[in-house]
Design a protein around this ligand. Structure first.
Ligand code: HEC
Ligand code: HEC
Length: 470
């Protein structure tokens, strides 16, 4: 059995069958092989022998992470009409459509393993029109757009689109072309312009209603986030602008989703919970999958006015646009709950990638490690290989000398002590939750003044090399 076929959703099986009928044996074999090889690598890393329950969970979890929409196409396609924007008016949708070129420009990534060799050769030879939205639709049919799933009717027409975790938390290695390559699960997509993608939807009415603003304002907010950023609490508290009055400063960087094992709290704001908690939160409240979600903390009207009014903390499976009051009774089957165990397991099995050779100076990094653990006082919060503190790993804003805007949007007013693994995978959009520090040296200088460390220039640059080596 191939990993792909272990997917729980019948609709996916159907889609794969239709797609592969036309793709040919070689492509199928190569795809299965790629899937199996990376599956085994993941299994090896989680020290779970193939065939064991743990190994199966990794494969199932990977499929959920990459391909499961939890039924959210009811919202992204069904309510917002994003599939129509992708098709464009020529194919029966609206507007100019989204060509592969513009999809890549929005930061979407393409999984090269899903492109049949013939098509790949045609692309390389310049024989595929990358300005044609019909090609994007074909890529969706091949399930090749990372984190975006097309849903097709019997006649092969695009009927809806949904998103998966991978759209934000995966990228590709660009081995085929920029934006096209092998998947890198858990790496943040620092190029993704989430806001611009949502803003392209023909129907923004649900967002206008939720935020009590007009369409122009919704668009301004969405377009203000910028690449690699997303405002994950907007739908809870309605805070569209941050401390400096821009939508950008209210958004946070998309974090990585690997190397979370052994850590209690996740997300930039402290207090939300573990990966387990946040996965359920995101699948239900951000992606708008259809599932159950319980969190009585969201009943707090002062902190979470929108969520409290809409009763997000008591979500039952239903097919709505996600901002209406959640119904007290389930109206459809739960598509989230049964996926959570494998999803959780998979993320914990994803190891943080090692920085490439030559991306730091090893001798300076060794000296920097001593500064980190000694004069820099860094290890009093960022401990050992965890990179965060064992226990309740969050601190008040004053402990790191920054404002409380984002911390106050979480349940307990703190910031999670960010784990420092694999910073090279997420250094394109600055550091700290809102990217306020452009470089690692800026971060170090901030601590130097916050903690009155008095580090020398040499110590600072060694520390930077050490951070790059983690
Ligand atoms: C639209 C983009 C987007 C999608 C889709 C998305 N996430 Fe996230 N994710 C984010 C952002 C942004 C944050 C940071 C939120 C915060 O801290 O306020 C985050 C935080 C996380 C974290 C915490 C990481 C850390 O170290 O703080 C995990 C784990 C995670 N997401 C997993 C998932 C899973 C699993 C899914 C699918 C069920 C998913 N995400 C879907 C954008 C996304
Ligand atoms: C009091 C606890 C504490 C100490 C001490 C501390 N940090 Fe941090 N660190 C944090 C917190 C909390 C964050 C997350 C800030 C945010 O969410 O914006 C963070 C974030 C970071 C980041 C950014 C990570 C990212 O992905 O953006 C770096 C780099 C970092 N710290 C390095 C250091 C270094 C180097 C030192 C020592 C000079 C140090 N820290 C000392 C708590 C601490």
């Amino acid at each position: 059995m191939t990993p792909e076929r272990e997917h729980s959703l019948p609709v996916v099986k159907r889609l794969f069958l239709t797609v592969f009928a036309g793709v040919g044996v070689y492509a199928l074999a190569s795809m299965v092989l790629t899937g199996t090889v990376s599956g085994l690598a993941a299994i090896g890393r989680s020290s779970a022998a193939p065939g064991t329950a743990a190994a199966r969970l990794v494969v199932q979890g990977r499929n959920v992470f990459r391909y499961d929409t939890f039924g959210d196409e009811a919202v992204w396609g069904g309510v917002l009409g994003l599939h129509k924007a992708i098709e464009g008016s020529k194919l029966g949708g609206v507007g100019a459509g989204v060509s592969p070129k513009s999809a890549l420009a929005l930061g979407l990534k393409v999984d090269a393993a899903k492109i049949p060799p013939k098509v790949a050769a045609a692309i390389k030879a310049g024989k595929v029109n990358l300005d044609d939205p019909a090609v994007t639709v074909t890529l969706l049919k091949l399930n090749a757009v990372v984190g975006v799933r097309g849903f097709f009717d019997k006649r092969g027409r695009l009927g809806s689109v949904g998103i998966t975790c991978a759209v934000c938390h995966s990228t590709v290695d660009n081995s085929f072309a920029p934006g096209i390559g092998r998947r890198l699960d858990g790496w943040p997509n620092q190029d993704l312009n989430v806001g611009a993608i949502v803003a392209a939807a023909p129907n923004l009415k649900p967002l206008e209603d939720a935020l009590h603003v007009d369409e122009a304002t919704v668009k301004k907010v969405l377009l203000g986030w910028g690449r690699g950023y997303f405002n994950a609490e907007l739908n809870l508290d309605g805070k569209a602008v941050g401390p400096d009055g821009t939508p950008h400063s209210a958004a946070t960087r998309i974090p990585s989703a690997f190397g979370k094992d052994g850590q209690n709290l996740h997300t930039w704001e402290g207090g939300w919970g573990s990966v387990t908690y946040w996965n359920a939160f995101v699948a239900n409240l951000e992606m708008h999958g259809t599932g159950n979600f319980l969190d009585r903390r969201l009943d707090d009207k002062a902190r979470f006015p929108i969520a409290a009014a809409a009763r997000f903390g008591h979500t039952r499976p239903y097919v709505g646009e996600g901002v209406l009051p959640a119904p007290a009774q389930a109206q459809t089957a739960d598509r989230v709950t049964e996926a959570l165990r494998a999803l959780d397991f998979y993320q914990h099995a994803l190891p943080p990638p090692k920085p490439p050779k030559g991306s730091f100076n090893a001798a300076a990094a060794a000296r920097g490690k001593a500064v980190f653990n000694g004069a820099g006082k860094c290890a009093s919060c960022h401990m050992g290989s965890l990179g965060t503190a064992p226990g309740y790993n969050a601190v008040p804003p004053s402990a790191i000398c920054i404002d409380s805007f984002a911390a106050d949007r979480g349940p307990d007013g703190t910031y999670t002590i960010a784990p420092l693994q694999s910073l090279f995978t997420r250094s394109k959009r600055g550091f700290y939750h809102d990217g306020r520090f452009a470089t690692l040296l800026d971060v170090v200088n901030h601590y130097d003044s916050c903690f009155k460390l008095g580090l020398s220039a040499q110590q600072k640059s060694d520390l930077v090399q050490y951070l790059k080596s983690r």
